[in-house]
Design a protein around this ligand. Sequence first.
Ligand code: NYM
Ligand code: MG
Length: 213
Amino acid sequence: MSKRGAFIVIEGLDRSGKSTQTALLLSRLESARIPAKLLKFPDRTTAIGKMIDSYLKSQSDLDDHAIHLLFSANRWELASSIEHLLAAGTTVVCDRYAFSGIAFSASKGLPYEWCRAPDVSLPAPDLAVFLDITPEAAKARGGYGEERYEKEEMQRRVREVFRRIGEEIKGSGLGAWVWVDAGREKGVVAEEVWGHVELLARGVEGPLCRLWT
Ligand code: NYM
Ligand code: MG
């Protein structure tokens, strides 16, 4: 049986270096001649993504539950493409995924279980890499932008929820979760990320799992 592509998710706080690290990972995969595609959530190009973009830029207001469901719907609208890519042997690298959905909404006070529900049975990553940085260090990296949630206190709560999610993923056997110290020089971080990804990216034999099932 031929192997499928690996599903890799990169998570972290705002300013943790996800864009830099996902780009470095993609070029590394290319150099290794491993077919790979980079996706990013929210995908702001779709109709739902445009609503999310407007909310994040505070150009529109939405109930916390409603925006949470839009973020989830934005993943569902791409779920079948992810499955097809993986089945065709392409490694999918995703900048944020359902874990961000839970972490940010739960940090606003929505119940954790409620936040998880709409993402149940989405394709589960084979590996989630959490780029861990302190909210202080993140802020020192040129500060946050103008978007919602980019406040130190919020990021502190988000990091705590991510910690819970990671512990649960590790305990459940649902793919792997690793914490990478993202406060270091980007080349050092990239090397460690590659160390976690390399073997998986050569192809995965088992079936794709579903989140929390
Ligand atoms: N975010 C991202 C959520 O609140 N829920 C989600 O499901 C996802 C995928 O959107 N602060 C938040 C996290 C970020 C913001 O993401 C935009 P980015 O990676 O900064 O474009
Ligand atoms: Mg951001």
